[in-house]
Design a protein around this ligand. Structure first.
Ligand SMILES: NC(=O)c1ccc[n+]([C@@H]2O[C@H](COP(=O)([O-])OP(=O)(O)OC[C@H]3O[C@@H](n4cnc5c(N)ncnc54)[C@H](OP(=O)(O)O)[C@@H]3O)[C@@H](O)[C@H]2O)c1
Length: 183
């Protein structure tokens, strides 16, 4: 069974978004997102990023689709012609994963938001790891990260991840990784 990991940046009050955008500007965190979701061990392969309709259209037009990754948008209201040809449209996360099952050109699969997609992801047996950037500040938000199921435990971050509290423009944050316990 193909698995995926989830990646999110979340504030102290569990916010992830406001008015279709991110509530903060942290350039090094965006670079971490980009690096982590692009990384493959086989240079001939690429990764897939799966996101809800609002997250996709929240990315500035000049920056979407997210480059060097297969972009998959989850929506039941869009038509394929509403998206660029190289972007895949699926009705839900499981349909997207079934599609990727036989695609050996895709190495890793990343779920990149938003709220309902994260909830569906953390409920799935396919969910392996949660890459969570904890932002040590409260922000006004209208979109929130769902409760993390108790089956997830903190594990050591990947070796190339900056360790400890980071800081940019006065905003402190820390990279964390959680993994589903296997019984
Ligand atoms: N901080 C972070 O790391 C982070 C990451 C991602 C997004 N964000 C922020 O979060 C906000 C967007 O997230 P959002 O939660 O409002 O919207 P979203 O999840 O990106 O999009 C919601 C839409 O996705 C489709 N969808 C497909 N499967 C779904 C499922 N299982 N659950 C819910 N929707 C599903 C539906 O489209 P149809 O109605 O067309 O069927 C739904 O209306 C923005 O502010 C964005 O900047 C932050």
């Amino acid at each position: 069974m193909r698995r995926f990991s989830l990646i999110v940046a979340v504030s102290e009050n569990l916010g992830i978004g406001i008015k279709g955008d991110l509530p903060w500007r942290i350039k090094s965190e965006l670079k971490y997102f980009s690096r982590t979701t692009k990384r493959t061990s086989d240079p001939s392969k690429r990764n897939a990023v799966i996101m809800g309709r609002k997250t996709y259209f929240g990315v500035p037009e000049s920056k979407r689709p997210l480059p060097n990754r297969l972009n998959i948008v989850l929506s039941t209201t869009l038509q394929p012609e509403d998206l660029p040809k190289d972007v895949m449209l699926c009705p839900n996360l499981e349909a997207a994963m079934k599609h990727l099952e036989g695609d050996d050109q895709i190495e890793n699969v990343w779920v990149v938001g938003g709220s309902g997609v994260y909830a569906e992801a953390m409920d799935s047996n396919r969910c392996h790891r949660l890459y969570i950037t904890r932002i040590h500040q409260k922000f006004e938000c209208d979109t929130f990260f769902p409760t993390i199921p108790e089956s997830f435990r903190e594990v050591a971050p990947d070796p190339d991840t900056p360790a400890g509290v980071q800081e940019e423009n006065g905003i402190e944050y820390e990279y964390k990784v959680m993994e589903k316990e296997t019984k």
